[in-house]
Write a protein that binds this ligand. Structure first.
Ligand code: URA
Length: 241
């Protein structure tokens, strides 16, 4: 159920400016609610149900946004960075007003599924180690992956800092001097996939996340492209915790 909120707060949350800015818009008669000009800042509106128009444009209110990006290589997974372009820099203004952030991190040279949202609660739940949400990676390594490695990964790999990883799943797609595999882990330690293979004396040469819980990377998204999640996808993420 949508909450009833003050008009100035709703407009400010929507990115129409600071409280002071939106008070000016309201005072100047630029805001209509259900067809009538409203000049009181504290006027109560239900932003999901009332028709709010600012300067002739209808306001489509929503609290949260949920995006799936196919992260390209070369960008960092943070909201701002003094030196490097971030994944947030790729988003259009219509999304930036919601102050979105990446849900978890992929390394600068990693590609693939990155969820971007402003729903802190869902993000926290998806990333919580206690929830054990599966993260599946397509990995190309410099080395020959064998069935023995599958068993070792299942048992847990000791990393360079002596941390032993939780049981994970390795699937071999191609095994040669270079190998192609899927690795599914439920944790998100720093550089975890790369460090797991380092412990197995192999180097990751290409890394791409293909799924996170029930969310699969949309194969129609080229690196750098993104789209909103469907209602079903959002529901499946909520239900997977
Ligand atoms: N593991 C890594 O090593 N890098 C990533 O970007 C994600 C998981």
């Amino acid at each position: 159920m949508a909450k009833v909120e003050r008009l100035d707060k709703v407009l400010s949350n929507m990115g129409y400016g600071s409280r002071k800015d939106v008070k000016k818009l309201i005072k100047n008669g630029l805001v209509k609610v259900n067809g009538d000009i409203v000049r009181e800042n504290e006027f109560k509106v239900n932003p999901y149900e009332d028709g709010i128009i600012i300067g002739g444009n209808e306001v489509n209110y929503r609290e949260h946004i949920y995006l799936m990006m196919n992260k390209p290589q070369g960008l960092v997974s943070s909201t701002d960075d003094p030196l490097t372009e971030t994944v947030i820099d790729l988003l259009g203004d219509e999304y930036l007003i919601y102050k979105p952030f990446p849900v978890g991190r992929l390394d600068k040279d990693t590609e693939g599924l990155l969820m971007i949202s402003n729903d802190g609660k869902l993000a926290h739940e998806l990333l919580s180690p206690k929830k054990g949400v599966d993260k599946k990676y397509y990995v190309e390594v410099d080395g020959t992956v064998t069935n023995e490695h599958i068993i070792m990964v299942e048992k847990g790999i000791v990393l360079d800092d002596d941390y032993k990883t939780l049981p994970a799943k390795l699937e071999i797609l191609e095994s040669n001097v270079f190998s192609k595999v899927f690795l599914t882990i439920q944790e998100g330690k720093y550089h975890q996939v790369k460090r797991m293979f380092e412990s197995l004396s192999m180097k990751v040469i290409y890394l791409k996340r293909v799924s996170m819980g029930p969310l699969l990377l949309d194969s129609t998204l080229s690196p750098g492209e993104y789209r909103e999640l469907s209602d079903e996808e959002i529901k499946s993420l909520r239900n997977c915790q």
